[in-house]
Design a protein around this ligand. Structure first.
Ligand code: ATP
Ligand code: MG
Length: 724
């Protein structure tokens, strides 16, 4: 028989080719942004299939579900056939699937419900009130911090006491209570058959670790394991990979230590460094050519990361010519920054760049509000990624809680949520009903028979009727959703009387999402694990430009990229203390952002910003920009007359009249010199106010403790300090 025609590997460079064709044994690809790591994985999937490997035995782990879908799809294109049977997804998604399949080996049922961050916080609130904790104590830590501690302890494999001691010293007094809450939280989840994101990973690992039978089964099932973005995995995930590969060691991981940006979730780029130790004999492959960006962009991003204190990857080179250096734009204020970006976006669209090839990136969702208004006024459609998810919104959670009960009637949290929506039922009653009906054999039946008070008897009966309807078999998820909406809409208009029309749009939009499902459990898992973005203003053609948090832009590329808000006090984040790991992570965050650009890169900042206490202050550019060599970018300075005094800010769209300042003549603001200072010197900063010099580790770096903002790391070269 003739060999199947091999796929064309000529589009790979020698190092990539080696990574693709080394199919047996452990392989580590460590390389900078845009060097083709993801592309290499795609080719490798195609190559394996081409060699006759069964698609089911390939496991491809990526950072988002969308990424894996796209990669599998592209592998199929190379191969000329559909290979959707390749097992692709996120760690959490795959964990969910496997736990439902193999969980019985550990005594877990299939019917667990996955809870998200907001649910977890809701449980903490329930527990706090039922344990009567923190009542009237203003200093008692909030639900967010408590979940951070519980989750951090798991992801960093550190006991909670130690974590509190190291990172939350100010909560030492509450340590015993936090530990107790942590224990109750775990019991609550167990009793209600709930798993949070961390449980998915922890239990997957447990399953592999504790059951040799399952371990061997899974390892045989997935003969080829591949992981993209390995720098953002944590210790638990690394253990999972090791256990999964126990029978064959056919693992390829790819990553870039310079792009590690998830340490707050316990990710640890040392995982990359440890890989050769965990897999002795691992082949190390480095990729050094960048195929994404023009050389001027690459020169700047190389310089950005060259200043990092720890790095392993080399500097990259590119063969893509380009004249235009990245532009650093200092706008008069945030409004002017938005105006500038808008004008350039319009220019690029006029020049023929597809809007979907333009992205504006920022640290947090709210940084782009001014720009969003401008884009709206100019009629430019955009898609916003990252930030709050649609399913985290209260009204979406309300509706979903009905559906969640259908797959897990023991889910206290959802019962509580459903009951609280009802007229005349307060938290006390809701809790009483929940604790009465949930432990019974059939909570729905118990609800129907619940001895409700006169005031609420009709309401409870109505709810019981709804559930009776919903539980009639053979209804599609879409039909169930429709029934819930009919019931919920009148409640909802009362619950959210001030803005229900806007929320109603979301509920409508969701009809389209749910229509794509025929399995309710799968729908609920997906909405929790990989929620759809809020897309109420969606256009069908999908040609929209992208507004995204930097975290959500990982792995992507665009012709034109704007990174906004690069001002001191905002980048690094104002909470960044000292020049430690956080400072370095913020630098990597900027590196990730800037390396998304193919042809055009803009780094913008406002020269005046509102401080958290609502005062306008003058600020300089981010220290990471200050460190860059001047010749690597073109500096454009916005007009300094107030944009606020102009009649219409967005009418005169394409003329911010940039004033170019020749490279090398960038004026550094005159501040204090090292010789002016010693420990204890009192200084004043234009943004942070007055403070005291606390550390002078050497060079231009100092640490100042500010009265209002706490300890900040500053560079004397640019921080406009004055003596007090
Ligand atoms: P990141 O670290 O940002 O995730 P990456 O290393 O995964 O980047 P890819 O996204 O795989 O890089 O590749 C970047 C771009 O370079 C893509 O457009 C890809 O198609 C292209 N590319 C990679 N290798 C080659 C090659 N050998 N020939 C042509 N184009 C290539
Ligand atoms: Mg990639």
């Amino acid at each position: 028989t003739a060999d199947p025609s091999p796929i064309d590997l000529s589009g790979l460079n020698p190092a990539q080719h080696l990574a693709v064709t080394t199919t047996e044994g452990p392989v580590l690809v460590i390389a900078g942004a845009g060097s083709g790591k993801t592309r290499t994985l795609i080719y490798r999937v195609a190559h394996l299939l081409d060699k006759g490997v069964a698609p089911e035995s390939i496991l491809l782990l990526t950072f988002t579900r969308k990424a894996s879908q796209e990669m599998v799809w592209r592998a199929g294109e190379l191969l000329g056939e559909n290979c959707s049977r390749v097992m692709g997804g996120t760690f959490h998604g795959v964990a969910n699937m496997l736990l439902r399949q193999y969980g019985s080996h550990m005594g877990w049922g299939k019917g667990f419900t996955i809870i998200d961050r907001a649910d977890a916080e809701g449980i903490i609130n329930l527990l706090k009130s039922s344990l009567e904790m923190g009542k009237g104590d203003k200093r008692f830590p909030g639900k967010r911090i408590i979940i951070n501690i519980i989750s951090g302890s798991i992801n960093k494999s550190t006991p909670m006491e130690e974590l509190i001691h190291d990172q939350y010293g100010h909560l030492a007094d509450h340590c015993a209570d936090i530990l107790r809450l942590g224990r109750h939280y775990h019991t609550f989840k167990r009793d209600n058959v709930l798993m949070d994101y961390d449980d998915l990973l922890v239990n997957w690992k447990l399953l592999l670790q504790e059951s040799p039978e399952v371990r061997s089964m899974m390892s045989h099932r997935f003969r080829y394991v591949m992981v993209d973005e390995y720098q953002d995995t944590n210790l638990i995930q690394a253990d999972i990979i090791r256990l999964l590969a126990s029978e064959h060691s056919n693992v390829m991981v790819v990553g870039d230590d310079s792009q590690s940006i998830y340490s707050f979730r316990g990710a640890d780029f040392y995982n990359i460094m440890r890989f050769p130790k965990e897999f002795p004999g691992a082949k190390l492959i480095k990729l050094e050519e960048n195929y994404r960006s023009t050389q001027p962009i690459l020169s700047l991003t190389n310089d950005l990361i060259a200043n990092a204190s720890e790095k392993y990857t080399k500097s990259l080179h590119s063969n893509i010519k380009g004249e235009q250096r990245p532009i650093v734009y200092g706008a008069r204020d945030e409004q002017a920054e938005a105006t500038f970006i808008l004008a350039r976006v319009q220019q690029h669209i006029r020049d023929g760049i597809d809007p979907s090839e333009i992205a504006v990136l920022f640290r947090s969702g709210f940084h782009s509000y001014k720009l969003e208004i401008g884009l709206g006024a100019a009629g430019i459609e955009f898609e916003k990624r990252g930030g709050l998810k649609l399913t985290e919104a209260a009204h979406m959670k309300d509706v979903l809680s009905f559906l969640r009960l259908l797959v897990n009637p023991r889910d206290n949290l959802s019962w509580n949520r459903v009951l609280l929506q009802l007229d005349r039922i307060g938290p006390k009653t809701a809790q009483k009903i929940t604790t009465t009906i949930v432990p019974t054999f059939d909570p729905f039946l118990s609800l129907k028979n619940y001895p409700a008070s006169k005031a609420s008897v009709d309401i409870i009966a109505g709810l019981a009727d709804l559930f009776r309807e919903l539980r009639v078999t053979e209804r599609t998820p879409a039909a169930l959703y429709e029934l819930v909406l009919n019931y919920y809409t009148p409640l909802f208009e009362r619950l959210y009387s001030d803005d229900y029309p806007k929320r109603e749009k979301d509920l409508e939009h969701f009809k389209g999402v749910i229509a794509g499902y025929d399995d309710l459990q799968k729908f609920i898992d997906d909405t929790t694990l990989d929620p759809p973005a809020p897309t109420a203003d969606k256009t069908p053609d999908g040609k929209r430009m992208v507004l995204s948090t930097i975290h959500s832009s990982k792995g992507l590329e665009f012709d034109a990229v704007f990174v906004m808000g690069l001002a001191e006090g905002r980048f690094p984040h104002a909470n960044t203390v000292g020049f430690g790991p956080q400072w370095e992570e913020e630098r990597r965050l900027l590196y990730v952002a800037a390396t998304r650009a193919r042809k055009h890169l803009y780094l913008t900042y406002p020269r005046q910003m509102m401080t958290p206490d609502r005062q306008f202050k003058r600020v300089g550019m981010s220290p990471y920009l200050v460190e860059l060599k001047d010749m690597l970018y073109e500096r454009v300075e916005g007009s300094s007359t107030s944009s606020l005094s102009r009649p219409s800010r967005f009418a005169e769209s394409n003329s911010p009249r940039p004033v170019g300042i020749p490279a090398g003549r960038r004026s550094r603001p005159a501040g204090l010199k090292r010789a002016d200072l010693s420990l204890g010197t009192r200084v004043k900063h234009p943004f942070f106010g007055e403070g005291t010099v606390k550390k002078m580790p050497g060079g231009p770096a100092i640490e100042v403790e500010f009265e209002q903002y706490g300890t900040k790391a500053l560079h004397l070269d640019y921080a406009k300090l004055e003596l007090v």
